[in-house]
Design a protein around this ligand. Sequence first.
Ligand code: FAD
Length: 502
Amino acid sequence: MTTQTPIQELVIVGGGTAGWMAAAALSRLLQGKIAIRLVESDEISTVGVGESTIPMIRLFNDVLGINEDEFVRETKATFKLGIEFKDWSRPGERYMHGFGRFGQDLWTVDFFQYWLKAYQAGIAPDLEHFSINRMAARANKFMRPSSETPNSPLAEIVYAFHLDAGLYARYLRKYAEAHGVRRTEGKVVEVRQRPNDGFIESVVLERGEVVAGDLFLDCTGFRGLLIEQTLKTGFEDWSHWLPCDRAWAVPCALSGELLPYTTATARPAGWQWRIGLQHRTGNGHVYASRFMSDDEAAGILMANLDGEALADPKLLRFTAGKRNKVWNKNVVAVGLSSGFLEPLESTSIHLIQSTISRLLAFFPDAGFHQADIDEFNRQCDFEVERIRDFLILHYHATARDDTPFWDHVRTMAVPDTLRRKMDLYKAHGRVVRENEELFTPIGWQQVLHGQGVRPVGYNPLVDLMGDKELRGILGDIERVIGKCVDVMPTHKQFIEAVAAAG
Ligand code: FAD
């Protein structure tokens, strides 16, 4: 399918995080060449969660030219160095998936391999001692990477944010409207298609107004008003691998330390998140309704808050999986309308960002070309399938058999792509990153190790370095990281300084 009509009107339907991120980015990067209109309905609420991000969001902010301190103040954000997983491999155990690198470049082989050899020989402490991110997180410290000490671990800090999803959408709305996006309030009650090819022609609002466009972004959340309800694009269900299908979410009052990391604590049929913001803590319990009732799940959440609940818990229902095509005809699904993977590794907001940047890479300015659409969809599929595998790993690589849920996920069959990754790691600790895969080898290695998977060997090239030298180098790295963490401000002090600068 190829059309030659240039795109003049772009219509975004939906004004949650997806709609406003798309509006902000496209208004900035298309620079007024195409008229952008966003339709949203105050009557239909946004999903209202989505508070934990990954470091790529900083690139998004940079492209938009957003001042980061202002962003932190406006969205009540805190800084995030990684995610701590508690009780996942077995009750009582914990590990962190920290952002950023580990150790230093030693030779042609990854640092991880040197550490692995030393760990297997019993002469190295746990992996986290070689990561500035993880050691700083453990000490509740934070600072941005320092350009004044380029060869120090302080220059290698990698971070993301915890943010208030509602305030973030409001912030982006202000930005997008200032860059020419026209917002229309109204509920879409009808979607009109062209009779010849089924392309969307316009959406009709409850009050009768017709909003026409050439390209439509479906940002209507789980409803998928255009991509599914209208175009019947279809959904690939992955709930046999990711059986969690519900979440209770509730904010609570701040209490204790302001942690620079997200916490994910395993529960009998799922897990609970804890995300500290400047003004409150976000909490949620993600669970599989096949294994636990809603009442029991709500009870577990409310019994495990570390501050007073600020609202009644809200129930969210979802199915893990992806839309068969993210781009179908003249509709691109952005956000929850394109599919959903539970927030275990905080990837949804990132997927919004990558869909937008992919759309820009394949932008149909002069009309629609099927080859572009197919390649766009292939890349979206690849990216989300590899994220899916990474999430499944957290459940499957466990020693837990203490509840029917954990026994099920521990023993279930996993995708071949994941099986191959696990087998490769089990031999020599190797992880190979392919094409557009989001997570790096060190991300996989941290989770594989944290979940208790132990390789039998290591890369033999490491043997070119003697044990004495290896031990000395590892000791030096650990000491330098420790000293760096000592001089960092606490996370709370850092946030207070940013807040005060406004
Ligand atoms: P929504 O927020 O649902 O917005 C839909 C919009 O469409 C609304 O503005 C609504 O008014 C509009 N709309 C719908 N129908 C119509 C209509 N007929 N007419 C007009 N307007 C309409 N992501 C992360 O990155 N990190 C996290 O920590 C994280 N945690 C999550 C926890 C849970 C339990 C869930 C379910 C999701 C989480 N996410 C997380 C995902 C994140 O919340 C979403 O990716 C993000 O909020 C984007 O949502 P959205 O904009 O696609 O949809």
